[in-house]
Design a protein around this ligand. Structure first.
Ligand SMILES: NC(=O)c1ccc[n+]([C@@H]2O[C@H](COP(=O)([O-])OP(=O)(O)OC[C@H]3O[C@@H](n4cnc5c(N)ncnc54)[C@H](O)[C@@H]3O)[C@@H](O)[C@H]2O)c1
Length: 440
């Protein structure tokens, strides 16, 4: 099948590459000329495990190509995916201008039947608005389908190739057949394609992300309670996770969720609820808890240093919003950096993949941020180590090297990487989330 993917970011590039991998002829369109140039010359633009190999193979074999021209990109295409940004607008609602502008443009240049697929996360009713934007100038028949994406950055290729489910919202038999054929190779192991109406598909995506964010904020509140009551959240987590109605996954407390999806999607669902005069109380609380949680370590750090961080130097491990990605959108680490700088401290940072993205965003703030080349050089002369992302390379570090590089054996761990008893044995002052602190 000939497919076009409009928007070649985290979702678009994975979608395009994975459809090419199953034999389709894919053209990816992006307005970012630099990105298109890089991709066309075989240079991958995001870090995503497993993607580079598939990208190189499909590019070489001619099934994957890139262009900045929408007109050129849709030539001969049967299906056009929209994997465009839907960032929060000033009022928290999803900004649909990227999606609707491209839809209007498509209406002007489409000359035969096409299935236009909303892969971006969009509020209920968007499929209708996209159809209206296309129809304004379009003379050929078309269908608009809602096909929300559930991939997780860091395991995106696996998620796309072996999805738990594929959700397809359409009431058109013609589009249903096209989409069913396209996704058939991805559901051979019995994972379902769930066909439904467009609105239900659109809401499914927001409901999924909001539920997961709720689980995180719930556990973060349990962790706070654990600290206040003298319980251990690891024990509580295991205790409740053994109940299969609750499940073991997504029960890890930490310093809040970030990324390009949970924060904006929870906010957008709250706004959609307000638009129909409904106060979604739980989600408002989920957002409040998460805002507070991003700076959860700060009072602990302040307290340890007698409320005087002026002139202190910290090492920060982990900048990406989660491991195995270079994505720093809404990353808790960024909030920690800002708070430490505002308190008069300086910071050395290290992340296996996200350094250049942070450097581009924050630069070095007049020498107050140092970008370390290695996780251990990052520690030199630091008063304490702070951990913000649970990259595997941080899980079993060389504690000997840590203690010789740091000025003090002090670690504030926002991801509960280390065993409390072990830290006690090694003689660290170690504070984490929802567990009994180890004091020097
Ligand atoms: N990132 C995720 O993990 C994830 C997962 C599921 C769903 N989503 C949703 O998918 C959508 C895309 O997210 P993303 O993370 O891939 O965004 P992204 O910012 O990484 O990529 C968007 C791309 O669209 C391009 N673009 C913008 N305007 C364009 C235009 N007019 N024509 C062509 N290209 C244009 C940008 O240059 C960029 O490359 C969002 O709605 C998001 O909520 C994201």
């Amino acid at each position: 099948m000939k497919i076009t993917v409009v928007g070649t970011g985290y979702v678009g590039l994975v979608t395009g590459t994975c459809f090419a991998e199953t034999g389709n002829d894919v053209t990816c369109v992006d307005i970012d000329a630099n990105k298109v140039k890089k991709l066309s010359s075989g240079q991958i633009t995001i870090y995503e495990p497993g993607l580079e190999k598939l990208f190189e193979r499909n590019l070489k074999e001619g099934r994957l190509s890139f262009t900045t021209s929408l007109e050129e990109g849709i030539k001969g295409a049967e299906v056009i995916f929209l994997a465009l940004p839907t960032p929060p607008g000033a009022d928290g609602a999803a900004d649909l201008s990227f999606v609707l502008n491209v839809a209007a443009h498509l209406g002007k240049i489409m000359t035969d039947y096409k299935v236009i697929v909303d892969k971006s996360t969009v509020p209920v009713g968007t499929a209708e608005r996209v159809a209206a934007a296309i129809a304004e100038n379009c003379k050929t028949p078309f269908d608009v389908v809602s096909n929300p994406e559930f991939l997780r950055e860091g395991v995106a290729v696996d998620d796309f190739m072996k999805p738990d489910r594929v959700v397809i919202g359409t009431t058109s038999e013609r589009a249903r057949k096209v989409m069913g054929d396209l996704y058939a190779p991805f559901v051979r192991q019995g994972n379902p394609i769930l066909f439904m109406d467009e609105k239900s598909a659109e809401l499914t995506k927001y409901a999924a992300n909001s539920f997961l964010a709720t689980k995180i904020s719930f556990m973060n509140e349990i962790a706070i309670l654990c600290e206040k009551l003298g319980a251990d959240v690891d024990m509580v987590r295991r205790g409740i996770g053994s109940d299969d109605r609750i499940g073991k996954r997504f029960l890890f407390p930490g310093i809040g969720y970030g990324g390009s999806c949970f924060p904006k999607d929870v906010q957008a669902l709250v706004k959609s609820s307000e638009d129909v005069q409904y106060n979604f109380k739980i989600l408002n609380a989920v957002m409040d808890v998460n805002e507070r949680q991003k700076l959860f370590l700060l009072p602990k750090i302040q307290n340890y240093f007698n409320n005087d961080l002026g002139g202190k130097h910290f090492a920060l491990w982990g900048l990406a919003f989660k491991p195995n990605t270079d994505d720093i959108r809404e990353a808790p680490a960024l909030y920690i950096i800002e708070a430490l700088l505002a308190a008069g401290a300086t910071i050395s940072v290290f992340d296996p993949e996200a350094m250049s993205n942070v450097q581009r965003l924050l630069s070095n703030k007049n020498g107050k941020i140092v970008y370390a080349e290695h996780q251990y050089t990052c520690l030199e002369n630091a008063d304490a180590l702070i951990i913000a992302t649970e990259w595997s390379v941080f899980r079993t570090p060389d504690f000997q090297k840590i203690s010789t590089s740091l000025k003090n054996k002090v670690i504030f761990d926002g991801r509960n990487l280390f065993d409390i008893a072990r830290m006690k044995e090694l003689g660290y002052h170690y504070e984490s989330v929802g567990r009994i602190p180890v004091s020097l």
